[in-house]
Design a protein around this ligand. Structure first.
Ligand code: SAH
Ligand code: F3S
Length: 434
């Protein structure tokens, strides 16, 4: 009988891809099968996120529960960004943990598995050309890493300390991986990196041809049978005209852009070391909409960064009102170890922070409800990817609306024109039109 692996993945899409890589290695080389039943697993992995404080605190309570309920002899491994930044401390605080594997060391899963109390968390380790085994959770959409690490120094962010310096994966490897996914039936690829439009800044080998993100997109879009290309996250600083024009004119690139604003105040953006101003951000949105009026725009916003005055917060609200984002991921600032901003004075009162977050989220809901009303009766092409439990099948439009229709698995992997019949906050209902 095969051994059982239970894996819990927290955090971003990059972590999901890292989990797929670990599952692949454990299946191919160690004879594991995945299970949803933690109590029955021989190996329990938690792939952690450390971007904010809460998930880190949760990790240790969760580890305690897993340890109590796990099968006798089962191993527990802690992977991902918290593994990178806490390293050995994890085993000190939770001695029953068998190994700790950093976000930059995923390819070593097979090694640490067989070394009791192994800690592999070197953030200078270069896996950019490692040939991972192939495993995908979804046959319809393929997540593909295009770079590892991040060279930016945003003062609030721990990621450069957990994922190390930025190295681009050679374009020929990316094209080959995309081709393989398409050969296996995927019609959509989703490119991943902390800073995708800074692609090509540094490759592992110094004589690699200089290929930037725009050129990478052009090369990938030549793959026959590939219908859709998505990516996350681009950085507003690197949104040059060439990139925006390619985005708008290339029919395979989905018309949905994530533009992480973080703050609408130029002063706060400076303190965050984001490298752009309020005006630059608005200018890029304008340029994007000029070339691509149908684009949907999502963003990340941090409220109550140290020193954020009422006026600074108003600037964020002003950008929201001007842009009318299609989706906002909003967070209260959370001080992180090893970041510059943790030492900033002028910390915002937690109550003020909560009030600002609630105000922002209520405003977004109100603006989005208004915007969504205009979707009723419109027809979009939907790529169906998920079978829901309630007799519906769901998928996304090119501009990233989630739409469900009544149907069964034969719709999965298909493109259909769908007319929106019911508006929802996160998911719309529709009917397939002939
Ligand atoms: N490279 C990505 C960011 C990855 S972190 C980008 O530029 O979009 C994902 C998001 O978490 C960030 O965009 C930010 O909004 C949020 N975040 C990061 N550090 C944070 C912190 N210390 N407190 C609150 N939110 C944070
Ligand atoms: Fe973090 Fe800024 Fe990089 S938010 S991941 S340091 S672009």
């Amino acid at each position: 009988m095969s051994k059982k692996l239970f894996i819990e993945t927290l955090g971003c899409a990059m972590n999901s891809r890292d989990s797929e890589h670990m599952i692949a290695a454990l299946k191919e080389k160690e004879g594991y099968e995945t299970t949803d039943d933690m109590k029955n697993a021989d190996l329990i992995l938690i792939n952690t996120c450390s971007v904010r404080e809460k998930p880190v605190a949760k990790l240790f309570s969760e580890l305690g529960v897993f340890n109590k309920k796990k099968k006798e002899g089962a191993k527990i491994g802690v992977c991902g960004c918290t593994a990178s930044h806490l390293g050995e401390e994890i085993i000190k605080r939770a001695p029953y943990v068998s190994f700790v594997l950093g976000a930059r060391n995923v390819s070593k899963i097979g090694e640490v598995l067989h070394k009791d109390k192994a800690v592999e968390v070197d953030i200078n380790y270069d896996e950019s050309e490692f040939a991972f085994d192939d495993f995908r959770t979804s046959p319809y959409k393929a997540y593909i890493n295009i770079s590892i690490g991040c060279d930016k120094q945003c003062t609030f962010c721990i990621v450069p300390k957990t994922r190390g310096e930025e190295i681009s994966i050679p374009d020929e490897l990316i094209v080959r991986e995309a081709q393989r996914a398409v050969d296996n039936g995927a019609k959509e690829i989703f490119l991943l990196g902390q800073n995708v439009n800074n692609y090509g800044r540094r490759f592992s080998s110094s004589d690699h041809e200089k290929v930037n993100f725009t050129e990478l997109l052009r090369r990938l879009s030549k793959i026959e049978g590939l219908r859709r290309i998505r990516f996350t996250s681009p950085h507003p600083f690197h949104m040059d005209d060439e990139f925006i024009e390619e985005f708008a004119s290339n029919p395979k690139i989905c018309k949905s852009m994530h533009m992480p604003l973080q703050s609408g105040s130029t002063k706060v953006l400076k303190d965050m070391k984001r490298g752009y101003s309020k005006e630059w951000f608005l200018n890029r949105v304008q340029k994007l909409r000029e070339h691509c009026p149908e684009v949907s725009i999502s963003t990340d916003i941090i409220v109550a960064f140290p020193g954020e005055s009422e006026e600074d917060f108003e600037d964020t609200i002003d950008v929201m009102k001007q842009v009318k984002f299609d989706q906002i991921f909003s967070f209260k600032y959370s001080p992180r170890p090893e970041t510059e901003a943790q030492h900033y004075s002028d910390v915002i009162d937690p109550e003020v922070a909560s009030d600002r977050l609630s105000y922002l989220q209520a405003l977004q809901t109100e603006m989005l409800d208004e915007k969504n009303k205009t979707q009723l009766g419109k027809t979009y092409e939907v790529y169906f990817e998920d079978l829901n439990a309630d007799g519906y099948v769901s998928g996304r439009t090119d501009n990233n609306l989630v739409v469900k229709v009544k149907g069964s698995e034969e719709l999965l992997g298909e493109f259909c024109d769908v007319k929106i019949t019911k508006i929802g906050r996160t998911i719309f209902t529709g009917e397939i039109v002939a």
